[in-house]
Design a protein. Structure first.
Length: 280
C-alpha cells in the first residue's frame, strides 16, 4: 500500500499536483455527497412553467428543457461518469498488465503473437471500434458500456508493461531468483509486477480523464448512458435545443467535464514526474 501511495504523496508536494487534487476532491465530494440533499434529478415538477429557468437560489444551475434541476443532474451525472471511468480504467489496466507481463517475461512466440494482436488493435481508433459495437445495439446497459470501454483500452498499457518487464527480467535479482528455483509465477508476482506499478499508476490516472471524455462523447452521440439517467455528455446533447435561450443547461455539464479532466490530468502529470523524475 505504501508503494502505491508514495507517488501520490510526492505529487501532492508539487503545485499542479496539489491544485489538481484539490479540484478533483471538491468535485468528488459534490457528486458523492450532494445528491441526497438536492431535488430529484429525474423529476419534472413543472414541464411548462418551470422549464429553462435561469440560475437562482432555488436552482443554482437553473433548470433544463424539462424543468429538471441542472445542479442535481450534474451531480448525479458526475457520479455515473466517475464510476464508469474508475471501473473501466481498472479493467483496462488489469488486462494490459496481464498481457504485458506475459509477453515481456516469456518472450518468443508468445510475445510475438500477443504484440501482433496489440498492434492490430492499436491500428483501429478506439472511438471507431466502440461506435461500431454500440451502433448495432439498441440499448446498452451501463455495465456493458463499462466492459466495452475497459476491454478496448488496455492495448497501450500492455506495451508499456512489456517494455518495463523486458528491462527488469535482465536485472540481477530476477536472475538470482530464477537460479534459486523460484517459479515463474513467483518471479512475476514478487519481482516484476511490483516494479511496474509506477508506470501503471500513471497510465491509470491519465486514463480516467480519457474515459470521462470518451463516455461523454458517446453519450452526446446518444450511444452512451441512456436517458432518463443523467450524464454530462447527454445533458449537453439535450441542451442543444435551448442553447441560445438557456445556455446554462449545457454550460455547467461542459464545465464539469473540463474541470474534471483537467484536474485528473494535472494529478496524472505530477504522478508521472514523481515516478520518473528524469522525464520531468
Amino acid at each position: 500500500m505504501t508503494v502505491l501511495l508514495e507517488p501520490f504523496r510526492l505529487a501532492w508536494r508539487t503545485p499542479r499536483g496539489r491544485a489538481g487534487a484539490l479540484v478533483l476532491l471538491a468535485i468528488a465530494a459534490v457528486v458523492i455527497f450532494a445528491p441526497p440533499f438536492l431535488p430529484d434529478p429525474l423529476a419534472q415538477p413543472d414541464p411548462i412553467g418551470g422549464a429553462s429557468l435561469a440560475p437562482s437560489v432555488t436552482h443554482p444551475f437553473g433548470t433544463d428543457l424539462y424543468s429538471r434541476d441542472v445542479l442535481s443532474r450534474v451531480a448525479l451525472g458526475g457520479r455515473i461518469s466517475l464510476v464508469v471511468a474508475v471501473i473501466a480504467v481498472g479493467l483496462s489496466i488489469t488486462l494490459g498488465a496481464l498481457v504485458g507481463l506475459v509477453a515481456g517475461y516469456f518472450g518468443g512466440v508468445v510475445d510475438a503473437v500477443l504484440m501482433r494482436v496489440v498492434d492490430a488493435a492499436l491500428a483501429i481508433p478506439r472511438l471507431f471500434l466502440l461506435l461500431l459495437v454500440l451502433a448495432v445495439s439498441e440499448r446498452v446497459p451501463v455495465w456493458a458500456l463499462v466492459l466495452l470501454i475497459g476491454a478496448t483500452g488496455w492495448f497501450g498499457t500492455s506495451r508499456i508493461v512489456r517494455a518495463e518487464v523486458l528491462r527488469l527480467r535482465e536485472e540481477s535479482y530476477v536472475r538470482a531468483s530464477e537460479a534459486l528455483g523460484a517459479s515463474r509465477r513467483r518471479v512475476i508476482l514478487r519481482h516484476l509486477l511490483p516494479n511496474t506499478l509506477g508506470p501503471l499508476l500513471v497510465a491509470a490516472t491519465l486514463g480516467v480523464g480519457d474515459v470521462i471524455l470518451l463516455e461523454a462523447g458517446l453519450s452526446f452521440l446518444g450511444l452512451g448512458i441512456q436517458p432518463p439517467a443523467p450524464s454530462w455528455g447527454g445533458m449537453i446533447l439535450e441542451a442543444r435545443e435551448v442553447l441560445v435561450t438557456a445556455p446554462w443547461a449545457g454550460l455547467f455539464p461542459g464545465l464539469a467535464i473540463v474541470l474534471t479532466v483537467l484536474s485528473v490530468n494535472l494529478v496524472g502529470d505530477a504522478v508521472r514526474d514523481a515516478v520518473d523524475p528524469r522525464g520531468a
